[in-house]
Design a binder for this molecule. Sequence first.
Ligand code: ADP
Ligand code: MG
Length: 246
Amino acid sequence: MRLDLSGVSVRLDDRPIVHEAGLRVDDGEFVALVGPNGCGKSTLMRTIYRALRPSAGLITVDGDDVHGLSWRESARRTAVVAQETPAELDFTVGEVVLMGRTPYRLEGQADAERCARALERVGLTDGADRVYATLSGGEKQRALIARALVQETRLLLLDEPTSHLDVRHQLEILHLVRELGVATLAVLHDLNQAAAFCDRLYVMSAGRVLAGGPPGQVLTPELISEVYGVRAVRRTQLVFERLEER
Ligand code: ADP
Ligand code: MG
């Protein structure tokens, strides 16, 4: 599975938001998209998962224009966790996760097992019968990640998948995604985490993809000060690693 964007521009309310963005995610790669608030990351992600149409350029998955695929075929190739988690879903967590199986023929018991496994992987083992609307922000986010897992796609699009999570759950999710070995494009805010987990990253600023490559090459103090307007200093830092059992 390979995702390719070339020359992608997006307008909202007739205002140009994304300008000629190009990037790629190769099979099995974990790629991060970083950049300041409002630079167009979510707009670009939404265009990749077809909530928006580009005004120019091409987005392909395995060579096929995503905007030409049927919705079912899209959903078999690409799973999405969007930035805004829907708050008011009047369903149980189990039902929300099962929605991830919509693009396939439903299989009853096998689907129930898939859902239980996915909930376990995101640490919501006893959550299936809870009402989704009553979960905390972090639990909702993990339920939506479980929904994306049961979709069993070879491409994952995650827009700030760790934004509502405490540090332990952030690490759990990032480890999980990396261990899946599924091609992933993830908007991440924490540059240190992005650098620690992803194979490559792209930096966006003011609607443009400015740079891409291995984190150590891309995240230079010069680029960070240009893009974020802060001084970055490389130094030894406190590193958090999850404990195996707790
Ligand atoms: P990011 O995810 O990088 O924080 P967004 O893609 O959400 O940035 O937003 C990029 C720009 O597009 C912002 O200026 C934002 O105000 C604008 N924008 C986002 N959504 C809409 C919309 N639905 N209509 C008009 N402008 C929007
Ligand atoms: Mg965003």
